[in-house]
Design a protein around this ligand. Structure first.
Ligand SMILES: NC(=O)CC[C@H](N)C(=O)O
Length: 632
């Protein structure tokens, strides 16, 4: 990915079902849980680098003993930072109290983070600020164990402002406008309700207050709480929570937009945003890991039992295809094949762009996420070359000599690593993005592999704003003096904002949108912009279910290729000599390659929840009115 887009969050929830002494005996340490959490989070660092946080709970502690610990960081290496601190804390205790060393009971009693239940989070913010207060997990404290609520999520609600107003209407006074607080308070509100009802029940049964407490914890119906709390949530989410006494849950949105996977055996229950994370950390096979059913919740009761409950009526499945194209780790068995398939499926269009002249073409990729689709593209090119060799051989079969055969077979595909990412440079440049000359060097190139008669085909996974392409990649590639540069995007054109967890909330940032505006001007069709604005404005106050995505109308007059050509033109600076061509994946081929992740609203404008149509409507009005604001 050449565009630096902010995207996604990762969650990791772990419950140790056995007493800590079991892990000490079997794995040599009662710190088993914390060590696994480190791995679960580190293996998801791709999902969030704005901040990281960890919370842990010790089960069955005596009154007066601390049982909840939480640590958060928004430093530049947040995962490293929190675990360095956790480590230091643990080591301090062990050094000061050598008697803890082999005593699991004392370790649990005295050392923070040594517990049975954990929740970790890595964050890329989509809402609110990047301050430490916005880093998950969030904590809602109470002196009653079962009223403590800890929440973290990979989510974005399209209607968070409305949910916030609901809380105010209930008489609450939230101290900040963070979306996670809003969601947590919603759950907290119904948790309080549930506890009150259960207390009444216990009282009627003749239990004292003290006797009632553990009974309430046992009877808490987490499913009911989540059903009531999530009733008005419109968005993409995998929300995870812990209750102070030891219950835990993860609930997933009804369209399955955000991912969540889990695994359980008699030692552990684990939930993470990506499957291979669980696979490697616990060394379990692919088939043993399940996806949380969209609209359901996995509930882990304190006693270790696991329930799978339906929370919301399922919507048509629209799992986010960007997870497959780019976000998730490519080490997942399915994702790896899907990314290769994306590369394969786009090859016919590439061959057309280079006039089938593979002899004078170098194939390459933008590191690192496009590497897998590059392998697919190369396999398809190899097949093409083999076909050509077969035809050559058959055409020459009468006068075929060993030399001739040698000559035909010796033709190879030319693949090179041309672009090299200078990661450090990028961090330095973020300090002052106006220094174009520095920006040009964010990518470096390999000299000496391209001839002036060559085409250079370079695949990227997607193109959002195209800024790095324009300011760095294309300029640097042009220094190699190819005849033509073909930029291939393994994803289709991004035309609409996202509102389910990817931070692409503004239309004017999208190069496909900019290119379309240019085309509208050139063809004297700009009045469509006024019309779409008028229609958007008119439906501003309609209920979400009645809002239509009229923004589609501004793309309608043009073919995909016309828009692609305009993008190519816009990304070519005047100093560039090579001819620039851009090819995007088609939406059909995307669905062929990633058949289980049909969520494609950023490409098609077909939003999976009603709130999405309101967001795109708002985004268009913001653009038209010149408001630099997020549309949710
Ligand atoms: N990418 C995400 O899932 C973000 C989670 C949440 N909306 C936040 O901004 O903290």
């Amino acid at each position: 990915m050449s565009d630096a887009i902010k995207h996604e969050c990762g969650i990791a929830l772990l419950r140790l079902k056995k007493p800590l002494s079991f892990y000490k005996e079997k794995y040599g340490s009662a710190f088993y849980g914390i060590q696994k959490m480190y791995l679960l989070m580190e293996k998801q660092h791709n999902r969030g680098q704005d901040g990281a946080g960890l919370a842990s709970i010790k089960l069955d502690v005596e009154p007066g003993e601390r049982y909840i610990s939480r640590i958060r960081s928004n430093q530049s290496q947040p995962i490293q930072d929190i675990f360095a601190q956790v480590n230091q804390r643990i080591n301090e205790e062990l050094t000061a109290h050598p008697e803890y060393n082999d005593n699991v009971d004392l370790q649990k009693q005295e050392i923070p983070y040594i517990g049975e239940l954990f929740l970790g989070h890595v964050r890329y913010g989509t809402f609110g600020k990047n301050s430490i207060e916005s880093v998950h997990p969030f904590l809602r404290q109470n002196n009653w164990m079962h009223r403590n609520l800890i929440v973290a999520g990979n989510f974005n609600m399209t209607n968070v402002k409305e949910l916030f107003d609901d809380l105010v209407r209930l008489g609450q006074h939230p101290k900040e406008m963070a979306d996670t607080v809003t969601v947590m308070e919603k759950i907290g509100h119904f948790l309080d309700d549930e506890v009150t009802d259960l207390y009444q029940q216990c009282k009627n049964e003749g239990l004292s207050k003290r006797e009632a407490s553990p009974v309430i914890a046992e009877r808490l119906d987490i499913g009911r709480i989540l059903r009531r709390a999530s009733k008005n949530w419109d968005g993409g989410y995998a929300m995870a929570g812990l209750l102070g006494h030891g219950d835990a849950f993860v609930t997933r949105d009804p369209a399955g937009i955000r991912p969540a996977f889990y695994y359980q055996d008699d030692e552990i229950v684990v939930v993470a945003s990506e499957r291979p994370v669980i696979q490697t950390v616990f060394n379990v096979p692919f088939e043993a890991i399940r996806e949380i059913t969209p609209g359901h919740a996995i509930i882990v009761k304190k006693d270790g039992s696991v329930l799978d409950e339906q929370i919301r009526e399922a919507l048509p499945l629209k799992a986010c295809s960007f997870e497959r194209i780019y976000f998730s780790r490519g080490s997942d068995a399915q994702i790896y094949q899907e990314r290769k398939e994306l590369g394969k499926l786009i090859m016919p269009a590439v061959l057309e762009a280079i006039g089938n002249d593979t002899d004078n073409t170098v194939f390459s990729y933008i590191p690192n996420t496009a590497e897998t689709s590059f392998y697919g593209m190369v396999e398809a090119a190899q097949d093409f070359l083999n076909q050509r060799k077969i035809s050559d051989i058959l055409a020459n079969k009468e006068e075929l000599t060993s030399e001739k055969l040698q000559e035909i077979l010796s033709v190879k595909l030319r693949t090179e690593k041309v672009a090299i990412k200078d990661a450090k440079l990028r961090t330095f440049i973020t300090e002052d993005s106006s220094r174009d000359d520095l920006v040009a060097h964010v990518y470096d190139v390999t000299y000496g592999v391209i001839k002036p008669t060559d085409n250079l085909v370079i695949i990227d996974d997607s193109i959002v704003r195209g800024t790095t392409l324009k300011k760095s990649i294309i300029k640097m590639m042009d220094r190699l003096h190819p005849k033509k540069i073909v930029i291939v995007s393994s994803a289709p054109q991004i035309r609409y904002p996202d509102c389910y967890g990817i931070d692409m909330a503004k239309l004017e940032g999208l190069v496909a949108f900019q290119a379309t505006l240019e085309l509208l001007k050139e063809r004297n069709l700009y009045h469509l912009v006024e019309e779409v604005y008028r229609k958007s404005k008119e439906q501003e106050n309609l209920p979400d279910s009645e809002i239509v995505n009229y923004v589609k109308e501004i793309y309608a007059p043009f073919t995909d290729q016309e828009i692609s050509d305009k993008i190519a033109e816009m990304l070519t600076s005047s100093s560039v000599n090579a001819e620039i061509k851009i090819i995007f994946q088609t939406v059909d081929n995307l669905h062929k390659a990633c058949p289980e992740n049909l969520g494609d609203w950023y490409f098609t404008g077909d939003y999976p929840t009603n709130g999405g149509n309101r967001v795109v409507n708002r985004a268009f009005m913001n653009f038209y009115e010149g408001k630099d604001a997020r549309a949710y």
